[in-house]
Ligand binder design. Structure first.
Ligand SMILES: [Zn+2]
Length: 124
């Protein structure tokens, strides 16, 4: 890959990382205010709160999963930046062919070319 292309994708990766980190911070704030609301709910009508309890647990677990998914993306972004240092960026980790620029623009931290990705998803 040409140097100016690499620089472009590096910018994309860094912007993506900032976006994900921003999302994670926002989610932390949301779950914090949510538990404060739950605490207030405990003080008022006990009966109603019991009915909602299941949903609250579900939402909290869901938010937890989201953070895990974002941490995974952060990891993938860091890995992609490391691959840039090793000059392996944009190379499919499975078949060693070049990953298309179209795919890299959509998913700048992609490890696999679209063919291998489809193949892996088909195996699941
Ligand atoms: Zn491949």
């Amino acid at each position: 890959m040409k140097k100016d292309e690499l620089t472009k994708f590096r910018d994309l990766l860094i912007k993506e990382r900032e976006k994900v980190e921003e999302d994670m911070r926002r989610q932390e704030n949301t779950s914090l205010s949510k538990s404060q609301r739950e605490f207030a709910g405990d003080l008022s009508g006990y009966g109603f709160h019991m009915a909602d309890a299941g949903t609250d647990t579900y939402n909290r677990e869901f938010a937890g999963n989201m953070i895990t998914a974002e941490q995974k993306v952060l990891f993938e972004i860091d890995e992609a930046l490391l691959r840039m240092e090793d000059r392996n960026y944009g190379v499919c980790q499975n078949c060693r062919k070049k990953v298309s620029n179209v795919r890299l623009k959509a998913v700048p931290y992609a490890r696999l070319c679209i063919t291998c990705k489809k193949e892996m998803e088909g195996k699941k």
